[in-house]
Design a protein around this ligand. Sequence first.
Ligand code: PLP
Ligand code: COI
Length: 366
Amino acid sequence: MTTPPPFTVDPNVGPATQDYLDEALANPGFGQHFTDHMVVIDWNRAHGWHDAVVRGYAPITLDPAAMVLHYGQAIFEGLKAYRQPDGTIASFRPEANAERFRASARRIAMPELPDELFLASLSELLAVDSRWVPAGGGESSLYLRPFLFSTERGLGVRPAGEYRYLLIASPAGSYFTGGLKPVTVWLSTEYVRAAPGGTGAAKFAGNYAASLVAQAQAAEQGCDQVVWLDAVERKWVEEMGGMNLFFVLGSGADARVVTPELSGSLLPGITRDSLLQLAKDFGLGVEERKFSTEEWRDKAASGELTEVFACGTAAVITPVGHVKHDGGEFSVSGGATGEITMKLRDHLTGIQQGRVEDPHGWMTKL
Ligand code: PLP
Ligand code: COI
């Protein structure tokens, strides 16, 4: 499909009252409130992508034998729209999300949504729901959630022949209820998130379902998040539940950032990729390599490891202060938030909010 189908807009939508909207924007939380509209685009073998429509946000009906309910073909993306100082709305590297959405689709044997249609769906939704984008100058934004799932009815195990793409949006404040407080993490050695050759590099719903029991275990241990290790040796750090990880070694002129290399089983985060670039721009050393739990523990003890943080669209940059595992626990730099963590965070959010220059052309007007 080369020319995206035009979108129709359903006029029969009762928008949220101003009171409801004011309340949602004052206390957005994460994923609690949804905008007035959603985008729907269907795919089938005969027609490809068709019937693109912006319609009122509402429940959808599915056949009980819809294949997604049985065999789980479902992928998603997550990106944000930010109010700029001049009142316009821009998003951060949406082209990268479009590309990753196609990569996820390929891995789960689903049709690839063309990038131009993915990007058009964002603009079409924002055109009718712009009042849901929080005011600029703060950390709030409008979280955009594109997703794709199989709708064909049937119980044969095979790639479905019918799919539905939906885009919904939700005002977002801080992902963690504690705000910017350093989080405590649990090193998961019992459960793994993804194995070599598996689906870990895709934004596939099943990866998140597989993570929930370990997340519950982390909560039982008094931790905020799980850190996933490699499936084979249970030794190499991969990532967190919805975030990639960075380690800062050394300080001052010797400081360098290390992040686990893309192993094939962790998600290639767009924030991760952007921070590698910003760290280089700041003159910091940058290493993408394997990082073990022993290195984490030993260098935290020796003081060479000065900061640890997690990053992702929803979580932005969140400091990691304390680590618990089966055999004990330890802190990094007394559990305090580090200087480089804050410098990268301020710069990244500055670009997103239009406060600082965007030399890499990462912001796209919607
Ligand atoms: N890792 C996982 C498992 C995620 O779900 C996410 C969130 O999208 C990330 C990492 C961070 O990716 P990004 O920076 O593209 O949001
Ligand atoms: C995101 O950061 O967009 C995520 O998808 C993380 C989580 C909410 C699943």
